[in-house]
Every structure is written in structure tokens, then in C-alpha cells.
Design a protein around this ligand. Structure first.
Ligand SMILES: NC(=O)c1ccc[n+]([C@@H]2O[C@H](COP(=O)([O-])OP(=O)(O)OC[C@H]3O[C@@H](n4cnc5c(N)ncnc54)[C@H](O)[C@@H]3O)[C@@H](O)[C@H]2O)c1
Ligand SMILES: O=c1ccn([C@@H]2O[C@H](COP(=O)(O)OP(=O)(O)O[C@H]3O[C@H](CO)[C@@H](O)[C@H](O)[C@H]3O)[C@@H](O)[C@H]2O)c(=O)[nH]1
Length: 455
């Protein structure tokens, strides 16, 4: 099939490359010309595991252009994958989506053959109907079908998530659903050669396909993210309670997760969720509910818990150090999670701001995110790519993003490098054997003074 993807960000680029990999003829189009130039040179502008290798494997089946209009006119299926960031009041900004749709309609205006326009961006219920109305206002509705095909990939594992999805959702008319079933046929049947770096998970024979109406597809995406965010806020509330009563949240998460009705995933307590999706999508769903006359109380609590959770670390650090003023604090990790360079809604930014406000001298390290972070960090925050230098003579280290380099550094090495061995773990991720070298503070667990210091 001939497919054009409008928007070559984390979602559009991964989708375009994976569709080309499974055999489609793909054009990836974006208004950002420098991104397109980079991609034409074979460079992937984002840090995403396996994407450069996948691109190299696609050969002539994929090309890149800034001519979005022409690209839309050349396809049987156009996929919209532009950003829908949060506006101040929580509603998603749909201006990029509508602008992209106008360009697509321009591109297909003179085309005789029908076009399926598939929206992959996360959007409020009813947006698909608005896209259909835009086509109708051009007098071309009989040649245009609108579908919703929400995306569930995670950054850091976007390629395997796309090749081996937990489900594919196709919202729209039976004809649109059938076209999406054909588009994703090789994924649904797992009928493609897996790339060497992302082998097929054992036991995966086929992928569930949900053929639903447009509105259910649109709302289902928000429901999935809100539910996952709810699990995180729940375990973080348990962690805060554990801190007060002296219980251990990791043990509680283990007990909870072994019940198959609950599941083990997304019960990692810490500094709360960040990233380009959960914060904006929970607020968007809350806003959608509000404008539909429904007070989604549970979601209000999920959002509120997350808003405060990142500051739990600051309190722990303050009590460990006595005061933050003049203390050298090393921030380990800036991106919102490991294996991505994405700084959108990264908790590190709020934590650093709070530490600076209390007079701390902050020095931040990240193995991948420094370039993106520098533009967002206050001038007073120091940064370095050298981890040893970041830790040298530190009064305390704060683990914000659980990059492997921090988990493999070793408790003893932390202790030797730092002035004081105070380690605040915002992800409860440091290996247990390393903790005893340090004055270790996790979230929702008893503080562990280092053996040497307590004697
Ligand atoms: N990032 C994720 O992990 C993820 C996962 C699932 C769903 N989503 C949703 O997918 C959508 C895209 O997210 P993303 O993270 O890929 O965004 P992104 O910001 O990484 O990329 C969006 C791209 O769209 C381009 N663009 C904007 N307006 C355009 C236009 N009119 N024409 C052509 N290109 C245009 C931008 O230049 C940019 O390259 C959002 O709605 C998001 O909520 C994201
Ligand atoms: O037990 C957990 C799991 C995650 N997180 C945090 O939650 C955030 C989101 O993590 P994750 O879901 O792994 O990353 P995303 O790439 O943001 O992916 C989410 O958001 C995407 C965009 O909508 C969806 O497509 C994915 O299905 C959904 O997992 C990160 O800050 C994590 O640190 C926790 O604090 N505890």
C-alpha cells in the first residue's frame, strides 16, 4: 500500500519506518525542513532504540519530504501523527492537527481515487467527526474516509512496541476498519522477519485487533493512559504512607502485582510520571470529562498526587542534609525516563528548580538528554557529561532517571567519589547490594544508613 505519514516525531517516524519495514511504500512528511534533511541523510533525529537500523533496512521503500501536500496526494492512506500538546487549561492543542488536515485536503483535492485519512495523534472524542466535517466542507466527503488508530508505543521501546503491539485499534466505518486491518496485516499475523535487535517475543502468534467506532477509539486511548497513570499514583500514595508507618512499598508492590487481576506493571513507586503523554493526556481527559458535564474525581486525584510526588525527594534531601543552602547536589538523570532523549514534562526540571530555590548548588548529568535539557535548565544549574566529575565532592546524589550507567556505577564508587555518601533514590532502583555503602533514602521504604557511617 502507498502510505504517507504526516509528522515525523516519535510516533510518526517510528510508524513510517515500521510500515516500510513490513513492506509498504511510505513517505514521511514534516513541515520541519531540518528534520527532513537529516532523515534524507540517513540520520535519525531522535534517540530511539533500533530506529536507525530499521531505517537502514527499509531501503527505497521509505522517503522523506517537507512537501506535505504532494505527499498526501500520492497515498492511498494518509496517517496524521502531529503533536497535540496541552494548552494552559489542560485541553489539547489541535491547531497542528487541523493545519495538517487542511494540507492533506489540499493535496487530495484533485485526486479521483479515495483516500483513507487515519488519525494517530491523541485527540478528544469527536475530533474524527470534525476532520470528516472539514472534508465535507471541501465537497469531497465521498472520496474521503476518516479513521482513528490510536498509538500505544512507549518511548525507549517504540520499535518493538510497534512490531509486537499489545493490540491494534481501528475506529471508523467497516470499510475504514477493513483498510486498517489490511495495512497492519503483517503485524496482526506476525508475518515478517523480525529485526535481529528486536526478536519476536515468545508465544506471540497474533495481535488482537479492535474494530470499534471512531469515538470509542479516541476515548480508549485516553482511558489506557489514565489507567496506567492511576496505577502509578496509587503506588506512590502507598509509598508516602509506607514512609510514615515504616513499611516497604517494594514488598507491597510485589504482593499486589502477583495477583493477576492487578498485574505487576506500573507499580514502581518514585517521583511520579512525566513525559509527553501521561501528564498531558490525564489533564486532557479530565478536561474532556469536565466539558461533557462529568466530574472525573478519580482522575483529579491521580493528577494531584503526581503534581506533588516529585517534591518528596526534595523533602528527603532537606532532612538528610539539614539544609540545602550551599550543598552540592548531583542530579543523576534528566530525561523523563531512560532510553529516550525526551525532556517533555521531565520531573528533573521541577526538582532542580526547587533545589535551586533553597540555595543548593546543582550539578546535573545525563548520558543522552543533556543537549535537549540545556535549553530548559536554569542558568544556575551546572551540567556535565562526565559522571565522575558530576559526583566529585557532592554532598548528596539524587537518582532521577534510572539510566543503567547509574545502576552499574557501584555503591562503593559513589561513596569514594562523593564528599558525603547521601543517596536519594527517586526510582527505588539502585541495586540492593550497593545501598549498604551509602546513606540510602528510597521512596516508601526505611532510610538505610551506611554500615560504615553508623558504626
Ligand atoms: N511520543 C509518544 O510516545 C506517543 C505515543 C502515543 C501517542 N502519542 C501521540 O502522538 C502524537 C504525536 O506525538 P509525538 O511525540 O510523535 O510528537 P512530536 O512532537 O515528536 O512530533 C510531531 C511532529 O509533527 C510535526 N508537525 C507539526 N505540525 C505539522 C504539520 N502541520 N504538518 C506536518 N508536520 C507537522 C512536527 O514538526 C513534529 O516533527 C501526539 O498526539 C501524542 O500524544 C505520542
Ligand atoms: O511503574 C511505573 C511506570 C512508569 N513510571 C513513569 O511513568 C512515565 C511514563 O512511562 P512509560 O509509560 O514507560 O513511557 P511513555 O513513553 O510515556 O509511554 C506512555 O505514554 C505513551 C503516549 O501516549 C503511550 O503510548 C504508552 O502506552 C504509555 O506507556 C515515566 O515518567 C516513568 O518513569 C513510573 O513512575 N512508575
Amino acid at each position: 500500500m502507498k502510505v504517507t505519514v504526516i509528522g515525523t516525531g516519535y510516533v510518526g517516524l517510528t510508524t513510517g519506518i515500521c510500515l516500510a519495514y513490513i513492506g509498504h511504500e511510505v513517505i514521511c512528511a514534516d513541515t520541519n525542513e531540518s528534520k527532513i534533511r537529516q532523515l534524507r541523510d540517513g540520520d535519525v533525529p531522535i534517540y530511539e532504540f533500533g530506529l536507525p537500523e530499521m531505517l537502514a533496512a527499509c531501503g527505497e521503500r521509505i522517503r522523506f519530504t517537507a512537501e506535505c501536500r504532494e505527499a498526501a496526494g500520492a497515498a492511498d492512506i494518509v496517517i496524521l501523527a502531529v503533536g497535540t500538546p496541552a494548552k494552559a487549561e489542560g485541553a489539547p492543542e489541535l491547531a497542528y492537527l487541523y493545519a495538517a488536515m487542511e494540507t492533506v485536503l489540499d493535496g487530495i483535492a484533485e485526486k479521483a481515487a479515495p483516500t483513507l485519512i487515519v488519525n494517530k495523534s491523541t485527540v478528544p472524542v469527536g475530533t474524527g467527526d470534525k476532520l470528516a466535517a472539514m472534508a465535507a466542507s471541501r465537497g469531497i466527503s465521498e472520496r474521503v474516509e476518516i479513521a482513528s488508530n490510536p498509538e500505544f508505543l512507549r518511548q525507549g521501546s517504540a520499535v518493538p512496541d510497534t512490531l509486537y503491539p499489545e493490540r491494534i485499534v481501528a475506529g471508523g466505518s467497516p470499510a475504514a476498519q477493513a483498510a486498517l486491518r489490511a495495512l497492519y496485516g503483517p503485524l496482526l499475523r506476525q508475518d515478517f522477519s523480525p529485526p535481529a535487535f528486536a526478536p519476536r517475543p515468545t508465544g506471540l502468534a497474533s495481535v488482537p485487533f479492535y474494530a470499534v467506532d471512531l469515538k470509542s477509539a479516541e476515548l480508549g486511548k485516553y482511558a489506557a493512559n489514565a489507567f496506567l497513570a492511576m496505577k502509578i499514583s496509587f503506588i506512590n500514595e502507598m509509598a508516602n504512607l509506607c514512609d510514615r508507618v515504616g513499611a516497604d512499598v517494594s514488598a507491597i508492590a510485589g504482593m499486589l502485582g502477583s495477583d493477576s487481576r492487578i498485574g505487576k506493571a506500573f507499580l514502581q513507586a518514585g517521583i511520579g510520571y512525566g513525559g509527553s503523554c501521561f501528564p498531558k493526556d490525564t489533564k486532557a481527559l479530565h478536561h474532556i470529562a469536565g466539558t461533557s458535564g462529568y466530574d472525573f474525581k478519580l482522575l483529579s486525584a491521580v493528577i494531584e498526587v503526581n503534581r506533588f510526588q516529585k517534591y518528596v525527594l526534595v523533602g528527603k534531601l532537606r532532612s538528610a542534609l539539614g539544609t540545602l543552602a550551599g550543598r552540592r547536589v548531583t542530579i543523576l538523570g534528566l530525561t523523563f525516563k531512560p532510553e529516550t532523549d525526551d525532556m517533555r514534562e521531565a520531573p528533573s526540571l521541577s526538582i532542580i528548580e526547587a533545589l535551586l530555590a533553597e540555595g543548593a548548588n546543582v550539578i546535573a548529568h545525563d548520558p543522552v538528554g543533556l543537549r535537549a535539557a540545556k535549553a530548559l535548565l536554569p542558568a544556575e544549574a551546572g551540567t556535565t557529561l562526565n559522571l565522575d566529575e558530576a559526583l566529585q565532592d557532592a554532598d548528596a546524589a539524587v537518582l532521577v532517571t534510572e539510566w543503567p550507567v547509574y545502576l552499574n556505577y557501584g555503591g562503593r564508587t559513589y561513596r569514594e567519589r562523593m564528599k558525603r555518601p547521601i543517596f536519594v533514590d527517586g526510582r527505588n532502583a539502585l541495586p540492593a547490594a550497593d545501598r549498604s555503602w551509602l546513606d540510602y533514602y528510597g521512596v516508601g521504604m526505611r532510610a538505610v544508613p551506611s554500615a560504615a557511617l553508623s558504626t
